[in-house]
Design a protein around this ligand. Structure first.
Ligand code: G3P
Length: 250
């Protein structure tokens, strides 16, 4: 059985005080570690404080991005080893906002996934199609290529330990959720891509989240789908009560 994983992606919201107050309200109310993974994906500047504040709890802390190099003259960037050194647990890689606005490519996504494994960070790798792609019927082709390129060069064991987040771009922050059937169909297709490339056992193990206007009132139905193992949530993860309501779905 795959362990559910609910992650709140705060994007560029919250100040440090709000982030710490959120974590205080949530950290002792998250599911047991053997039942589900509960994670907040926070801006870099709060990560240190959040790791300290969540020590000894089952609430994990993720970064929303990182560079793939070990170190170097990359002004303004954050190295994977810096995240690991702080005790950060996970990292979101290839979010569509980074692909669309910050020149993230399939190649840099792949390098970042390798860097995450090197530094023992759980990679949450985002894939997903635009509205145009959805409407012209090539969603499977697009997520197939994104998945293959993101995971290239990983061992089957590493792929099994990766989290893939399927986030249709047209459903992000729009209030427009993919129906649970649409979400499950594409998550199932992504799983079949993993099976084709790495074998059925790996596909059965890899966890696939859905993201895009997930809310407390639709999370239960989404999580009940056969190929959806969790949610990557933006807007509805910003409020602590709403985040706890999302966790109730596991
Ligand atoms: O990474 C989460 C995301 O992009 C979905 O955002 O606000 O539609 O839940 P939202």
């Amino acid at each position: 059985m795959r362990k559910p994983i609910i992650a709140g992606n705060w994007k560029m919201f919250k100040l440090k005080g709000d982030a710490l107050a959120f974590v205080e309200a949530v950290k002792n109310n998250v599911p047991a570690a053997d039942k589900a993974d509960s994670i907040v994906c926070a801006p870099f500047v709060f990560l240190d404080a959040l790791v300290e504040a969540t020590k000894g709890t089952n609430l994990g802390v993720a970064a929303q991005n990182m560079h793939f190099e070990e170190e170097g003259a990359f002004t303004g960037e954050i190295a994977p080893r810096m995240l690991a050194d702080l005790g950060v647990n996970a990292v979101v890689i290839g979010h569509s906002e980074r692909r669309e606005m910050f020149n993230e490519t399939d190649e840099t996504v792949n390098k970042k996934v390798h860097a995450a494994f090197k530094h023992n960070l759980l990679p949450i790798v985002c894939v997903g199609e635009s509205l145009e792609v959805r409407e012209n019927g090539t969603t499977n082709d697009v997520v197939d290529a994104q998945t293959v390129k993101a995971l290239a060069g990983l061992t089957a064991e590493q792929v099994a330990g990766t989290v893939i987040a399927y986030e249709p771009i047209w459903a992000i922050g729009t209030g427009k959720t993919a129906t649970s059937e649409q979400a499950n169909e594409t998550c199932g297709y992504i799983r079949s891509v993993v099976a084709r490339e790495y074998g059925q056992a790996t596909a059965d193990a890899v966890r696939i989240q859905y993201g895009g206007s997930v809310k407390p009132d639709n999370v239960v139905e989404l999580m009940a789908q056969s190929d959806i193992d969790g949610a990557l949530v933006g807007g509805a993860s910003l409020d602590s009560e709403s985040f706890l309501a999302l966790l109730d779905a596991v």
